[in-house]
Ligand binder design. Structure first.
Ligand code: GTP
Length: 236
């Protein structure tokens, strides 16, 4: 299958690179260059980025903050990351539009599906900020939702590990990577791919997911071109 339109989910935490907090400029420009390669190949790219390098709603709740308050703070964190990524992409000559699920017109366009699709058709990278705009939903769920709305061919989930394993590869050295796996097997084996809301949304809408290591240079292009069995494909 060749991909025409993809939704790339980036982790906010990965943006920290070697730092303890915030945004590492080297990592940001690495991501921008990786994305540039596939845009120049003619792929339509939409992006959802997390906010965990700045703020995590769920941890705020553990500290005694009301969950909804923490989640809204987390959504704002994703807008900050989206703005940073937008600048980094524009620095390398890629046209972008940032749309947010919470209106903040001075900063970005509001999310309008038809406009997003139009931007993609014109070769602009569209970054979706502020998650779904609702508390209790993760940025993985925002990524699934937006991918379905814009009719992406696939959602690419960039992580620190290079796919889905039979066990946690950081804890179990005998763990083996799946090249492909079905949604049903993921449920049955209780593998951790995305939270259940996000995962089920993909399954019900027959949207394939590829989990891959975004922090190894060149991987994004290899995944798109289906070279070297990079990552794990989850399909119906
Ligand atoms: P087309 O006309 O379809 O090619 O799209 P366009 O995005 O170039 O047109 P538009 O006139 O909507 O936008 C021009 C610029 O203004 C772009 O950089 C948009 O991102 C930006 N823009 C559009 N709407 C808003 C908004 O509500 N808030 C902010 N901050 N910027 C906006």
């Amino acid at each position: 299958m060749t991909y025409k339109r993809i939704l790339l989910k980036l982790s906010g935490e990965s943006l920290m690179g070697k730092k303890q907090f915030g945004i590492d400029n080297d990592r940001l420009s690495d991501y921008a260059n990786e994305i540039k390669e596939i845009v120049n190949q003619g792929i339509e790219v939409a992006i959802v980025i997390g906010g965990g390098n700045i703020f995590r709603g769920i941890q705020a709740e553990e500290g005694g903050m009301e969950r909804t308050q923490g989640d809204y703070m987390g959504m704002l964190a994703t807008v900050i990351n989206g703005m940073a990524l937008q600048s980094a992409l524009e620095t390398v000559g890629i046209k972008t539009r940032l749309q947010t699920a919470i209106e903040m017109k001075e900063v970005a366009e509001p999310f309008i599906k038809r406009k997003a699709v139009r931007h993609l058709e014109k070769g602009r990278v569209v970054i979706f900020g502020a998650g779904t705009g609702n508390p209790f939903f993760t940025t993985d769920t925002a990524a699934s939702l937006r991918a379905i709305e814009i009719e992406a061919d696939v959602i690419l989930k960039g992580t620190r590990v290079d796919g889905i394993y039979t066990a946690d590869p950081e804890k179990d050295s005998t763990a083996i990577k799946y090249d492909t796996i079905t949604f049903d097997e993921v449920y049955k084996k209780r593998l951790n791919v995305m939270d259940m809301t996000a995962f089920t949304l993909c399954k019900e809408n027959k949207l394939p997911i590829i989990v891959f290591d975004m922090d190894t240079p060149g991987n994004l292009k290899k995944v798109i071109n289906q070279e070297e069995n990079i990552g794990t494909l989850v399909e119906i």
